[in-house]
Design a protein around this ligand. Structure first.
Ligand SMILES: [Zn+2]
Length: 81
């Protein structure tokens, strides 16, 4: 199968529970795809046991990356796999 959009296959690891999730996972669940590298999927599904988000005060760990966009804005994202 060729989707023509490899970025959907990019995967990110939750620094708290280690869950590996892809942008496609979020799209398939009709979630905001831009949260795939900011929120654990556990925030959106039940019985997951993890609700990690980089937006929380505790969100900065060694496993969270700081990236800077072209406008110089810093934001936190999950580690890329
Ligand atoms: Zn998690």
């Amino acid at each position: 199968m060729v989707t023509g959009d490899e970025s959907r296959k990019a995967t990110f690891e939750c620094p708290q529970c280690g869950h590996v999730q892809s942008i496609e996972d979020f799209i398939n669940l009709n979630l905001d795809a831009t949260r795939a590298y900011k929120d654990c999927l556990g925030r959106y599904v039940t019985n997951f046991g993890c609700e990690f988000t980089v937006d929380s005060e505790a969100g900065l760990t060694d496993s969270v990356r700081i990236v800077v966009d072209r406008n110089g804005n810093e934001f936190k994202v999950f580690n890329f796999i």
